[in-house]
Design a protein around this ligand. Structure first.
Ligand code: CDP
Length: 205
């Protein structure tokens, strides 16, 4: 079977950047599962309803994820909403949305349809969605390091971003336990290329 590589970890641990570069090196697609949770969070903002309410309205939406080598595009009822998924408004509601069992089932169904091979990042890719994956990684870094990495991606001050990361760590704790067979990599003292090399170094055929 085509290999699946899972890269999980907390907010701003670098999992998406690492997944993208590892996939490019291997010549296979990468997939960011968080984009789908972010798309459901966007549905809440668009409809002005709570996470609980959106769980009952998922049938109104057709959610598609299109992996390209450079980026993932997310379509909601045929409209590309990718550029609306990474901001503090979505950050603020996404954990509550991701806690809903119906939302997790909805997202996981989209993910399980994707044909391998691919590198996929998220929180529970190795533990729950792709337990059979051939290679599993779990990236960590201190909250301070993660906040510094995220500041350039948000229009906000370091303290705001750090507070948001600490809040989301707590909110996401239940769905973020590393798979038992994942390799833990503390990236606090590694740059992006260092992490990519560490991951590639563990892949053997
Ligand atoms: O990098 P960051 O964690 O900020 O973003 P993300 O990977 O796009 O994930 C956004 C949110 O989606 C997380 O805070 C989780 O609440 C949720 N998520 C999840 O529950 N399970 C996943 N596999 C991926 C994301």
């Amino acid at each position: 079977a085509a290999p699946i590589i899972t890269i999980d970890g907390p907010s701003a641990s670098g999992k998406t950047s690492v997944a993208r570069l590892v996939a490019q090196r291997l010549g296979i697609p990468y997939i960011s599962s968080g984009l789908l949770y972010r798309a459901v969070a966007l549905m809440c903002l668009l409809e002005n309803v709570t996470a609980e309410e959106i769980e009952h309205r998922l049938g109104k939406y057709r959610l598609e994820l299109h992996p390209t080598p450079e980026a993932n595009r997310v379509l909601l009822n045929g409209k590309d909403v990718t550029e609306s998924l990474h901001n503090l408004e979505v950050d603020a509601v996404v954990s509550a949305v991701a806690k809903r069992p119906g939302v997790r089932a909805y997202v996981n169904a989209v993910l399980r349809e994707l044909p391998g091979p691919f590198v996929i990042d998220g929180r529970d890719m190795g533990s729950t969605v792709f337990p059979e994956a051939k290679y599993k990684f779990y990236l960590t870094a201190s909250p301070e390091v993660r906040a510094s990495r995220r500041v350039p991606e948000r229009d906000a001050a370091y303290e705001t971003v750090l507070a948001e990361i600490l809040r989301r760590d707590q909110a996401d704790a239940t769905q973020s336990a590393p798979a038992k067979d994942a390799l833990l990599l503390d990236t606090s003292h590694l740059d992006l290329d260092g992490v990519v090399q560490a991951v590639l170094g563990h892949l053997t055929e």
